[in-house]
Design a protein around this ligand. Structure first.
Ligand code: NAD
Length: 463
């Protein structure tokens, strides 16, 4: 079997790499319209950082895994084509909220329709609104050449950045949605056969297409909802003296609830949670289900509130002014073990501090300096790009980032931040020295013994 995947990003790359590793009898070609990205996939410096990915790519590249910009040949040759392009959020045409922008999915579908000369199974890997498969089929059928048959499947991806390889190797479940017709069942079986190379059959779940599409949005909405729920309680804890870690432990020990995803923090980020909930909200509004839309909107509103609340706490603690104060930001990625900064909470924190006149010293072990500057000079940022560039310094070492700063803010839970020499850091900072732990990863008692004023999420500050 020959497989093609359109879109060599955070999902397409790791997914095809693991598939190639586990399916030596399948030839996989990963294509992208970005020649720069493809060149990186073919080099020693891959375009994304993901633990374990380098090793898998090195093993399979040019054996049964190929990276190419020749989209036409890859589509022509393939029996099965994954569409794994980005599906960002856009302001909807009717001005009624923010919808998924399917322009890249549409262009991939059009390319397939134009190029295909044989039967194809087309698989939605991208996260899409419910019934997007119908639109893809519409494009394919409208341009169908005689004698060519298309099947369309939904096969959403549940990997999480930072643990993608492990998530793909040991998936909780693989979900395949297809048409409830004999041809649809056959197509589902063909895709299922690929996954059965390494996923136990009982973990491969098949549903109708719409259930599969909705399940992906639902899964991300549930995960984000848990974070917003515990974050909402963190505000109550800070006001009352309860400790959110103790509350989370007590709540999570109830086997009906479980302990995962109950870590209070500065807020969730990443390219998916907010986007997929907005997608769900938009669908609900269009289905005239405003109460359901409002329910999910709260998850996003709570996250925005948490990011603002944390940023405000920093300012208030520093005598209500950060003007011309140096503040070290440790971590810029939206979570550890990734270099991805899409929707990272660090952007809100940095933006708020910059608007108040702070000077920022930023360190992240995996995010490229250009990316940080790009994010902070984005048109949505109120500060002018010139001011931002003057006020921000990017460091390649955490100790240089914290030197002569008034405060250190942890925005990402990188393991290396736990083991830094905080006595050395304390000595190099202005006094009083503050730490704001937005990820609750540091040993606060020890930091207080060293002399720091420590503030965190979900615990009342005691001077
Ligand atoms: P990404 O931006 O990293 O990669 C998408 C790639 O598609 C880009 O390299 C882009 O150049 C390419 N592309 C776009 N249109 C193209 C076209 N017509 N032809 C060829 N290439 C094209 O995006 P991603 O993070 O990999 O996400 C892809 C999809 O998977 C999205 O729908 C996302 O919601 C979903 N998803 C993402 C994650 C995640 O953690 N990132 C997890 C699960 C699902």
């Amino acid at each position: 079997m020959k497989v093609c995947c359109i879109g060599a990003g955070y999902v397409g790359g790791p997914t095809c790499a693991v598939m190639a590793l586990k399916c030596p009898d399948i030839v996989i070609t990963l294509v992208d319209k970005s020649s720069e990205r493809i060149a990186q996939w073919n080099s020693d410096k891959l375009p994304i950082y993901e633990p374990g990915l380098d090793e898998v790519v090195k093993k399979c590249r040019n054996v049964n895994l190929f990276f190419s910009t020749d989209i036409e040949t890859a589509i022509k040759d393939a029996d099965l084509i994954f569409i794994s392009v980005n599906t960002p959020t856009k302001i909807s045409g009717n001005g009624k909220g923010r919808a998924a922008d399917l322009k890249y999915v549409e262009s991939a579908a059009r390319m397939i329709a134009e190029i295909a000369q044989s039967n194809k199974i087309v698989v939605e890997k991208s996260t899409v609104p419910v019934r997007a498969a119908e639109s893809i089929m519409h494009i394919l059928r409208a341009n169908q050449k005689p004698g060519i048959h298309y099947d369309i499947l939904s096969n959403p991806e549940f990997l999480a950045e930072g643990t993608a390889i492990n998530d793909l190797l040991n998936a909780d479940r693989v979900l395949i949605g297809g048409e409830e017709t004999p041809e649809g069942h056959q197509a589902v079986e063909k895709l299922s056969w690929i996954y059965e190379h390494w996923i136990p059959k009982k973990h491969i779940l098949t549903t109708n297409t719409w259930s599969s599409e909705l399940s992906k949005l639902a899964a991300n909405a549930f995960l984000a909802q848990r974070i917003s729920s515990i974050n909402s309680l963190s505000a109550v804890c800070e006001a009352t003296g309860a400790d959110v870690s103790e509350v989370a432990r007590a709540v999570g020990l109830d086997s009906r609830i479980g302990s995962k995803f109950l870590q209070a923090s500065v807020g969730f980020g990443g390219s998916c949670f907010q986007k997929d909930i907005l997608n769900l909200i938009y669908i609900c509004e269009n289905l005239n289900l405003p109460e359901v839309a409002a329910y999910w909107q709260q998850v996003i509103d709570m996250n925005d509130y948490q990011k603002r609340r944390f940023s405000q706490k920093i300012i208030e603690s520093l005598f209500n002014t950060v003007s011309d104060k140096r503040i070290a930001i440790l971590g810029f990625a939206f979570k550890k073990n990734t270099g991805d900064t899409r929707e990272t909470a660090a952007i809100t924190v940095c933006q708020t501090l910059l608007e108040e006149g702070a000077k920022l010293d930023i360190y992240d072990p995996k995010v490229e300096p250009e990316q940080i500057i790009d994010d902070l000079t984005h048109p949505s940022v109120t500060e002018s790009p010139e001011n931002v560039k003057k006020a921000v310094q990017i460091h390649s070492d955490p100790y240089s980032a914290v030197r002569s700063t008034h405060a250190l803010v942890v925005c990402t839970e990188w393991d290396e931040f736990v083991d830094l020499d905080y006595t050395r850091i304390y000595q190099s900072m202005m006094k009083p020295a503050y730490i704001f732990d937005g990820r609750k990863i540091l040993d606060h008692e020890r930091l207080q013994q060293i002399g720091f004023h420590v503030q965190t999420i979900g615990k009342k500050y005691q001077r």
